[in-house]
Design a protein around this ligand. Sequence first.
Ligand code: 8GP
Length: 826
Amino acid sequence: MLQVTETTERSTSTPATVDSFKDEFLRQLRYEQGVELGTASRDDLFQALARTVRNYMVDNWLTTVETQKAAGSKVVAYLSAEYLMGPQLDNALLSTGLTDVADTALSSLGLSLDDIRATEVEPGLGNGGLGRLAACFIDSLATKNIPAIGYGIRYEYGIFRQTFVDGRQVEQPDSWLSNGTPWEIPHTDQAVEVAFGGHTEQAIDQTGRSVTRWVPGETVLAVPYNYMVPGYGTANVNTLRLWSAKATNAFNLHIFNSGDYESAVRAQTVAENISKVLYPEDSTPQGKELRLKQQYFFVAASIKDFLRTLPEGFDLKKLPERIVFQLNDTHPVIGVPELMRILVDERGLAWEDAWDITRRSFNYTCHTLLPEALEVWSVDLLGRLLPRHLEIIYRINEQFLAGIRATYPGDELRVRRMSIIQEQPERAVRMAFLATVGSTKVNGVAALHSDLLRDKVLDDFSAYWPDKFTNVTNGITPRRFVQLSNPSLANLIDDTIGTGWLNDLERLKELEPYAEDASFRKAFREVKQANKDRFVSLLAQRDGIELSSDALFDVMVKRLHEYKRQMLKLLHVVTIYDRVLKGEIKAADLTPRVVVFGAKAAPGYKMAKEIIFLINSVAKVVNNAPELEGRLRVAFPANYNVTLAEKLIPAADLSEQISLAGKEASGTGNMKFALNGALTIGTLDGANVEIHELVGGENFFLFGMTEPEVQSLSDAGYHPTSFYEGNASLRGAIDLISSGIFSGGDRTAFEFVISDLLYKDRFMVLADYQTYIEAQERVEVAYADQESWSRKAILNVARTGFFTSDRSIQDYLDRIWHAPAFPVTK
Ligand code: 8GP
């Protein structure tokens, strides 16, 4: 089982003994689940256990909430449309220090903690990196004793469950709430109303001023569900508050009684759809409208929620001293005009004062560089859904552009470029621009990304406001991604440098000298081997995929996107097969390798789905090719999620971070792999640049063009066909795919993917192919010398402590939030 070593620093709200824990567990089982121990289902056991652990956090949580409120300390409100939390039980056990107690208590009842924890269904309330980052950040905020609250949406259905049918992705709804979740506490009494639609009108207030009033067309209720976010090694327990939509009037009894049942509940359905699904397909106008509704829904509820905690008569000019709203990408940006509306229309502040307060209360984190990923909302839609907000956005823009005109007289081209409102191809609000104008600080998520943001994507804005732009390199929580996911490594580290590194991760540097210690290297290899064995048995049981653990584990897990270049990895696989078939290399000379892919494609993203089909088709043939027996296997377990990541990442030897330079904002998987002792094969993109610098070039397999090289190739005119024609090995791989060998003889099966590669290849897969293959050859050579490989792997662990999300949060505090820590003492 996962054995978690106790450290001395953590606190428990209520000292628990094995007996008291057992009693509480049995009480939960009997009185909350309503079952006897002997007849309890696995889910009953899980629910009872989770609630038992949860209850040990409640005292500290209530104390935290009360003392922070009484002190009136500055609060960080993290606004995020996604939180990809992963399973909660182990984290709750770790932070309460109850792992061993629970294990012993359950064993004494003839139960296994391992079995019970395996039944937990993770809340998949996020798509990928952005959502997982939010989850890491709230963990670090709590650990660092920062008064903070995470605000988001309680989607009834999270990210879809991916299945493969004949190699193709088929999405199933993720009904993570079907058994209920023990981790949430609803507060129906604290619901707030959120309005939509209607119109605005002019009125005269009591002081004789002309004011604008929004007369909404409909309202829905936002019901808060609280989740505890325990810090590690502290009594501090923060809150994650997710909003669920409810109709203001459940249904119309009059219509119901008339027999028109569908109409009677229509309003309810429409309202409750708002929090029904994470990121509904937004290729339809209805989908777009729902998405914007979701954004406004949670942001409006959150701002209202915070404002009602202020004492009677609070001077709103002091708001920025009490709160800082962090915008996790553009999804919550509608909060800027919302706060303006509240301050001006509802609280009667002058526009200038309101603007000063608003700008000082918001900051914006951008997570992308792809222009198509920058959100815009059509003026038509926004005006229909939020008419008053549109007026406010126009006024903000007018005032902003007046400043631009004053600074750059006569430069109308610049004015058009910088306008919050775009005119073409349709009149729309550029949310990233609104975020930039409405915030004090704008940050990118890795050094390179922040530079490109400043110098390319938002260059006009950084020229105008040079001090507004800053960088905060992402990080990951080592509690989940080292201690919980890799307990054997955590134990080895404890035994080597002592405890205390989990919230002081730079201490991993103390491991450096042990890279030269043969017995430590051996122990380190044993940990990796045990993790591979664990993953292999999990995969056999979870997916029926049989693998040998005696191989190099080469892993590429992330969302499926062309810029991330899963195709490049696949071309490597196909190249090996092609060369073996042609007798250019002998399979017996190859290092046995297991290639693991994990990726979900957005449901409407055709190319990504075709690439999934191609990977599965190649895997099927390669895995059955007698020529490659024992040398190359491709595994693509469906439904990659946090639960699987926690088992897979510790088992990896090689981490694939192969995006085209200048496209991946940061990446956070890259950090998790390095911290778990995998070596990176990667381009100089996102946070790879910093990983490469920290671990050293000799401990990283670097390849590919740099961002300026990408730019010049693109400027010179990129012709992928010339790479195809000029490289026999690449031609061999592509021709093999086109030959029909992976599609039962059908030569057209992958045409959609291949013709795009040959004639467009927007992300320059073919241009980076050769250096990638060469880097993989260096991997083969390096892996053959296990002592040297272990040395490199250990140095990766020792030198990547920088990537703890505790450091990211400290950077946000120093550069952006300036909110003091407020430790809660028990
Ligand atoms: C991701 C970026 O792609 C990744 O480089 C970065 O590490 C991560 O954010 C955290 O900063 N972006 C997203 O996950 C993203 O844009 N998701 C969209 C679906 C909203």
